[in-house]
Ligand binder design. Structure first.
Ligand SMILES: Cc1ncc(COP(=O)(O)O)c(C=O)c1O
Length: 493
């Protein structure tokens, strides 16, 4: 196919050029009805192609014309049999993968550190989780991926598992041995689903880790918006092989799409694919070079450590995406949260995320040399600063926790109900301290390491309550509960 083409973007441009008089949604009528303040800021061009799926503009739910061609071009570029454009991120991708691959009540093996949208997938599909423990690096305070050995042991122990799901790469760029995992999974003729939200660029450069479809995944998802040039919310779902039925997959995709998709988003996927297919290797070469050079410069700063190839080969780090730079500030005596705040407040540099020991800087095809220099400057200054007084500092509890290595998570509690049943059950709110013995109805995840300590359907144990209490006192951010202070918790009535 001709990868220089952008069939969907072209169709929208043709519509604008033809000067059609609109009597259709969206109600702003190509900007005419929009408040001036927003209209002037967005500009006429964006609004002119914010159209609905009228004749000639194809239908994302039933693509037959330009969207179909755009998706086929994407499939070719990604080495898939079928690719689907998603406009609700990899969040919907995770939900779609589970609903397409399994029936309610069937079991899926998945890592405990899966993104929360995987829990959404479990709840929507009614599929039962068999949790796998990811490898954890206590020194860096971060979780990595699951190994083929863990996958094999899980399948040996649970022969009734019907699909395996893995996250690769992690937020920090560590990838799993996907070929090794695919071999284990396919030995049993099970489908492998890969959350590759952070790897939409892998396919387009030989220095990047192997992409999921090339490694043997049956389904994979990419958050195109995270690392490439498309707009927020855009993602792609890729499918290959015979293990997943494509008719069912298409029906499930439709369930998750609005009947009024934002066509600007759809066009941005079409154009991002063209950009990668035609110039990706050159653009990414520049990005990788810039990231590697910046990592080297940062590593020269006293007290700063940015891991790189030295981590490859460690448990759960089969390969590494060099475009992610994890800046470990531990030796400076700062938490990652403090460093992130100082970098933003004093040097106007905003990182992608911070955790206890690290700040994560994302390098993409949009990162400039000037931006990289600003980051290096900010971190250099940070290393010279006296400890700050205007940002929070870690409590004694936190330091004790780190010293004593209580990073090790409590054991996964017994599952009493399927996550969907627990989530949808009649619930009540009880005091957290009095919750042991009750069945949890929500997901509770301290960051870091971002691994749910308890999730819907699991029994709350005294060990869990004690652990989460410690995390709270340490000032660790706890995501997921209805009561963000975790003084109370939603349980099954
Ligand atoms: C591993 C992983 N999967 C899925 C998602 C959801 O992606 P999106 O934000 O595109 O919906 C994220 C978001 O950060 C993620 O980190």
């Amino acid at each position: 196919m001709d990868q220089t083409r952008t069939p969907y973007f072209d169709v929208l441009l043709d519509y604008v050029d033809s000067g059609v008089i609109p009597f259709h949604t969206p109600g702003h009528m190509q900007g005419r009805g929009m408040d001036r303040s927003l209209r002037d800021f967005l500009g006429d061009n964006v609004l002119a192609i914010d159209l609905t799926q009228i004749r000639g503009l194809d239908d994302l739910l039933q693509p037959e014309e330009a969207i179909e061609e755009a998706q086929q071009l994407a499939a070719e570029a990604y080495g898939a049999d079928n690719s689907f454009f998603l406009i609700n991120g990899s969040t919907s991708g995770n939900q779609i993968m589970m609903m397409a691959a399994l029936n309610p009540g069937e079991k899926i093996a998945l890592p405990r550190n899966s993104h929360k949208s995987a829990m959404g997938g479990l709840i929507m599909s009614g599929v039962a989780p068999v949790w796998m423990k990811p490898e954890v690096d206590v020194g860096l305070h971060m979780d990595h991926t699951v190994t083929p050995q863990t996958v094999r042991a899980t399948l040996d122990e649970h022969p009734d598992v019907r699909a395996v799901y893995v996250v690769s790469p992690t937020y920090y760029g560590a990838t799993a041995d996907l070929e090794g995992i695919a071999a284990v999974v396919h030995e049993r003729d099970l489908p492998l689903l890969v959350d590759e939200a952070w790897g939409p660029h892998f396919r387009f450069h030989p220095a990047l880790p192997i992409d999921a479809i090339a490694a043997g995944a049956d389904l994979s998802i990419n958050s195109t918006h995270k690392m490439l040039g498309s707009l927020s919310q855009t993602a792609m779902l890729h499918h290959k092989g015979e293990r997943i039925r494509v008719d069912r997959l298409k029906s499930v995709v439709k369930l998750f799409l609005s009947t009024s998709p934002n066509l600007v988003l759809v066009a941005s996927l079409d154009v991002a694919r063209k950009q990668m297919a035609t110039e990706g290797a050159a653009l990414l070469s520049r990005t990788i070079e810039l990231a590697n050079d910046t990592r080297r410069r940062l590593n020269e700063i006293p007290g700063i450590y940015c891991f790189g190839d030295d981590q490859v080969g460690r448990p759960g780090v089969f390969d590494l995406d060099p475009t992610k730079i994890t800046i470990t500030v531990k030796a400076l005596g700062y938490t990652g949260y403090e460093a992130e705040e100082i970098l933003r407040r004093r040097y106007n540099v905003q990182c992608e995320l911070a955790d206890l020991f690290n700040c994560l800087a994302l390098f993409t095809i949009g990162t400039t040399q000037d931006a990289a220099d600003r980051l290096v400057y900010g971190v250099k200054e940070l290393s010279r600063e006296d400890r700050p007084i205007d940002v929070f500092s870690p409590s004694g509890v936190l330091e004790r926790r780190l010293e004593t290595g209580t990073y090790n998570l409590p054991s996964i509690p017994p599952m009493r109900m399927n996550p969907r049943e627990a989530f949808l059950a009649d619930t009540e709110i009880v005091r957290f301290k009095e919750s042991p013995g009750r069945i949890c109805a929500e997901v509770i995840t301290p960051y870091p390491p971002g691994i749910p300590v308890i999730s819907p359907g699991e029994e709350i144990t005294p060990e869990i309550v004690a652990y989460l209490d410690l995390e709270k006192k340490a000032g660790v951010r706890i995501q997921g509960p209805y009561d963000s202070e975790l003084r109370s918790i939603r349980v099954v009535r």
